[in-house]
Design a protein around this ligand. Sequence first.
Ligand code: GUN
Length: 294
Amino acid sequence: MTARIIDGKAVAAVVLDKVRLASAAFKDKTGRPPGLAVVLVGEDPASQVYVRNKGREAEAAGFRSEQHTLPVSVSEAEVLALVGKLNADPGIDGILVQLPLPKGIDTERVLLAIDPAKDVDGFHPINVGLLNAGAADKALVPCTPAGSMILLESVTGSSLAGKHAVVVGRSNIVGKPVAQLLLQRDATVTIAHSKTANLAEICRTADVLVAAVGRPEMIRGSWVKPGAVVIDVGVNRIPAPERGEGKTRLVGDVATAEAMDVASAITPVPGGVGPMTIALLMANTVTAASLREG
Ligand code: GUN
């Protein structure tokens, strides 16, 4: 079998088209565009790229887009003060604080300070709690898990009843929320991780395999059940000497070429889950704006 490649860019483009329409409709109704503020602390190069892309996409969606860059030496109190200012700004509907934050700043305290109604990352305990209580329709849901589910549903349809989903990874950003979303689609869900015994065997029982463990190409083709749908959330930069000295390339958590011989469908890296994350951030911003004005 050669797996179907799930085109994240194409699916993201459909989501973004809907966002643009919703953004224009919101502006017609309220007289202002949805507003998204992104906060970056420090100069982590990967974070700078992500934040730049988010700003670009927000502008393309017709949003008011703000980027706040703070030096790595900033105090936690100053970050909290900025979050407070954005909470109070009626023209800002979404606040995203790019993670990871520098050492010395308590991430939990910062995330807790964001108004849950503006928490477009879905990381505030109120939104986490709503999702875990089965009330995802009332919550802002984390972008990467929500985007992964749309890609999965583009293959399976919305019901996963009778299917075994294995999530490899237990992060708050991806593993735990995606497991909740799978459960809500009636999948039987196993959360595995880097310390799970017999990980390969457990993966081989997965009809749906979500890889979010953050280890380059850890999941081999021989771990994939024939016909499984594989969602690869990993983004790992590895050396690529074949491309020249000092060059690198992006790979997922799955050995894609191997898995393609076994799976029925798989997301590529890059071009799979990545574009969906940004698209869902824009979708969450329009949702937050509509809920706030509703
Ligand atoms: N860093 C890596 N992924 C994310 C994300 O989804 N949201 C935020 N805020 N930071 C991140």
